[in-house]
Ligand binder design. Structure first.
Ligand code: HEM
Length: 432
């Protein structure tokens, strides 16, 4: 009997444990309220919430015996994660569908269309792809190309051409927007350069920023490519590599932070603050806190990339425990940090809480130092945005990652990074 791939097995066992815990309790520990029964295709076979009933048959996800959802307990005994004859998606993958479907009150198709459109354009041409298909023939040719790739084969194999056009245009708009952003950097930079309006250091900044924009575009395509690769030993939903997603988000954050920093340095009048010992320490705290916020945001990309927001949907405990059993389930141990959804979620929680604690300490320390009004505003705003961001993160988790809330949480991380950069700019040393 062929054995199931290790990846699917590990993920399944992780969520089976979680599921068992939740079924026993039937309530969210932190809220004490009844919650929708968790759905698990694993051994516990708990009941299926109404939200999930609009999901298409599991057959669409690659199961040859074609059970329908909701499954009748025991109706398809051959179709369990342990089964070797049946290609069964990991239960936490279907948890993903539950979270998205339950929260957006939409059909699975609609949600998949909204959330899984990034792999609809299967090649990349800087200039040629700017012209979308026009005739029916061109569209059919484009659709046929998409049909060669795993997302269609595993997830969307009954997709119609009209549905394909929708996800194609979603991805097309994203790529065109990327080009607009690129031109918004490069054209004015070239103009200012030609006019001689850029100082020597500013020329270096402008070159670095334009280089980063181009790099970001290339990294985007490198990331998409990882979702198009055939993985014969995987029964999982095709998704981009969490490493490349994190690299793409990380480089976007660096580009954003560098642009904002350059803008603030040019636009904000500088304060001449007395260089006291306390001010030096406050400046160091502000730098350290910004670095921590950056790291937390980067770890969020791993949470999103692995759908790790759906493995333990309780707070502050993870299921029934403070430290979950399957925290170090993968071997070697280091792999857990980037590949085990439980560990990835655990780390992100810890980093999020550490960030808001650091911001609170920074706020309290700043109260002892005489600061200009604008600087004080920056510190207070930082505390407010940090609390809001943690609140959003916890809500995203407790509500099974609804797409609008997850998107707001993502934007919140940019807002938090922006305010911490503003504070750093306020505290900047003025050259003599
Ligand atoms: C300073 C604090 C935090 C920052 C800067 C931050 C940042 C981020 C970022 C950038 C993402 C990736 C979003 C995406 O690419 O879609 C993310 C995802 C996530 N975060 Fe946070 N986060 C913070 C705190 C928290 C906390 C305290 C929790 C819960 C206890 C949390 C729960 C989540 C969840 C569940 C996701 C996955 C969302 C998805 O799958 O789209 N976050 N976070």
């Amino acid at each position: 009997m062929p054995t199931r791939p290790q990846k699917a097995e590990k993920r399944t066992s992780g969520s089976a444990k979680l599921c068992a815990g939740l079924v026993e309790g039937g309530t969210t520990p932190s809220m004490g309220e009844p919650r929708p029964p968790p759905f698990c295709g694993g051994p516990c076979r708990s009941s299926v919430p109404v939200a999930l009933q609009s999901l298409p048959p599991v057959a669409r996800l690659g199961c040859p015996c074609g059970p329908q959802l909701p499954p009748t307990p025991g109706a398809h005994p051959e179709c369990t994660p342990e089964s070797s004859s049946c290609v069964f998606p990991p239960s936490w993958y279907r948890g993903t569908q539950l979270g998205r479907v339950g929260s957006t009150r939409d059909t699975a198709r609609g949600v998949l269309v909204l959330t899984e459109s990034g792999l609809s354009m299967v090649d990349w041409h800087l200039v040629k792809e700017m012209k979308p298909p026009r005739t029916q023939q061109e569209w059919e040719a484009e659709f046929q190309k998409y049909q060669q790739f795993p997302e269609f084969k595993i997830l969307n194999h009954d997709m119609t051409l009209t549905e394909f056009k929708f996800i194609w245009y979603m991805e097309y708009s994203h790529r065109m927007w990327g080009r607009v952003v690129g031109l918004a950097y490069i054209l004015p930079a070239a103009y200012f350069w030609k006019k001689g309006w850029l100082s020597r250091p500013m020329k270096g900044c402008v070159l670095a920023l334009c280089g980063l924009v181009c790099f970001q575009g290339l990294l985007g395509w490198y990331m998409v490519k990882s979702g198009l690769e055939e993985k014969p030993d995987s029964y999982d939903i095709p998704r981009v590599s969490q490493y490349r997603l994190a690299a793409h988000l990380g480089s976007a954050l660096v580009l954003y932070a560098a642009s904002l920093w350059t803008g603030l340095s040019l636009l904000l009048p500088q304060h001449k603050l007395p260089e006291t010992h306390q001010l030096l320490r406050l400046r160091q705290y502000a730098h350290g806190t910004t670095a921590l916020i950056f790291l937390t945001a980067l770890s969020g990309a791993f949470v999103a990339g692995l759908d790790a927001g759906l493995v333990y949907n309780s707070f502050p405990k993870m299921g029934e425990r403070w430290i979950p059993d399957d925290l170090l389930a993968f071997s070697p141990v280091l792999r857990n940090i980037f590949e085990n959804p439980t560990t990835v979620q655990f780390d992100h929680r810890i980093l999020g809480i550490a960030s808001v604690t650091a911001v609170t300490a920074l706020f309290l320390f700043s109260r002892k130092i005489p600061l200009p009004r604008r600087t004080r505003m920056a510190v207070t705003s930082l505390l407010a945005v940090a609390c809001m961001q943690v609140g959003l993160g916890i809500s995203t988790l407790l509500l099974y990652v609804p797409t609008p809330l997850a998107a707001t949480h993502q934007s919140g991380s940019l807002a938090l990074l922006s305010v911490s950069l503003w504070l750093m700019s306020e505290l900047r040393r003025v050259p003599k």
